[in-house]
Design a protein around this ligand. Structure first.
Ligand code: KG4
Ligand code: ZN
Length: 348
């Protein structure tokens, strides 16, 4: 009998306590969440400072850091939630998308823990985790809604039809929006991760740099960030070569406005087209204050309700993995001990 089938007769509990583990990139995280929405603990250890001098996450360094941190973070999550493994109903773990070596640390640890405690193992897509973050702290939120996914690896506008069925309205054809923030930050000599540093610099500038409009005049939910990034690079190089003074704050402000404007416009169009007056968002870029303001005013204009996760639930964390894990747990979607890590997973 396979490990997953041992739990085929389980009775899902509404108030199930899920212990979740996340290790897809440079954050080792563990969280305990009750009933899919109530966070009992949310612990994170990041190796970001070890990557800064390389200008991006170094997979081997991230994997080693996860190995050192995973049991400490998990113990801390149980302790600060005031529970033991005996109170836990399932172990959820991110199996993809992300850095393979990094994911394997979390997956191996979660498998061992689930097996030792005889608990079901729930495999969770990191991308779906970002989308499910909106449920945390929002007890009344239910699908259908329009969801904006804006992270370092993915960018999409999604119609969430039910807890488990998604319709991708459009997605980026090249770079993800967070990746574009990181690349533009590097051009401007700012540290990784670039998003928060661009946001800070943008506050000192004005949106005066002319940048191309994405898919001008076309009706599409798709996005493309490579042209915007190249336009920023060309503008800055030209200015440097002609000896003009640095206007990096204006570049940051103009880029931020263009990158985020394209996202908000698509959300507005989706609200109009589908007549759904509920909007959510998730992913690291949703921690951006300008994006949050722009979404809020767009939703107010359309009389749509906006449900944003707290900023610390937008960037990588395990509470969002528990939120999505709860949905999978209620559906009885359990993994065997042969669960493997996947570098990429389908958005749907
Ligand atoms: O969701 P996330 O933590 O990891 C992925 O799953 O990719 O997203 C990380 C991305 C990075 O590209 C980072 O620069 C961006 O989110 N980010 C931001 C902000 N905070 C993080 N981008 C813009 N403004 C921010 N405040
Ligand atoms: Zn993420």
């Amino acid at each position: 009998m396979s490990y997953a089938s041992e739990f085929c007769n389980y009775k899902p509990k509404e108030e199930a306590v899920i212990l979740a583990i996340e290790s897809s990139c440079d954050e080792t995280a563990a969280a305990v969440v009750k009933g899919g929405r109530q966070i009992l603990s949310n612990e994170i250890m990041s190796s970001v400072t070890e990557h800064i001098r390389f200008g991006g996450v170094v997979p081997e360094i991230a994997s080693r850091a996860h190995t050192a941190a995973v049991s400490l973070v998990t113990d801390a999550a149980l302790k600060s939630a005031g529970v033991t493994l005996a109170d836990v109903d399932a172990v959820a773990v991110t199996y993809g998308a992300g850095l393979l070596g990094a994911l394997l640390v979390g997956v191996s640890y979660a498998k061992a823990l689930a097996f030792a405690a005889n608990l079901p193992l729930v495999p969770v897509s990191h991308i779906r985790g970002h989308i499910a973050a909106c449920y945390l702290g929002n007890p009344s939120l239910e699908p259908p809604f329009i969801s904006l996914l804006a992270s370092g690896g993915h960018t999409a506008v999604i119609l969430v039809e039910s807890y488990t069925s998604y319709r991708i309205l459009g997605s980026t054809l090249d770079d993800a929006v967070g990746e574009a923030f990181d690349k533009v930050a590097r051009v401007l000599g700012l540290d990784y991760p670039g998003g928060p540093n661009i946001e800070k610099l943008a506050r000192l500038g004005s949106p005066s740099v002319p940048l191309p409009l994405m898919f001008k005049g076309e009706k599409t939910y798709d996005l493309s960030y490579s042209g915007l990034k190249t336009a920023v690079m060309n503008y800055r190089n030209k200015r440097e070569m002609t000896g003009l003074p640095d206007d990096d704050a204006d570049i940051a402000c103009s880029f931020q406005q263009a990158a985020i404007g394209a996202l908000v416009k698509r959300v507005e169009e989706a609200v109009d087209e589908f007549g759904i007056l509920k909007v959510t968002a998730g992913g690291g870029v949703v921690a951006n204050g300008y994006l949050r303001e722009q979404l809020a005013s767009a939703c107010a204009k359309k009389s749509a309700q906006l449900f944003l996760p707290e900023k610390k639930l937008c960037t990588d964390n395990a509470a969002m993995i528990a939120a999505e894990g709860y949905i999978r747990y209620m559906n009885g979607e359990f993994a065997g001990l042969d669960l493997n890590a996947c570098a990429s997973v389908e958005l749907r």
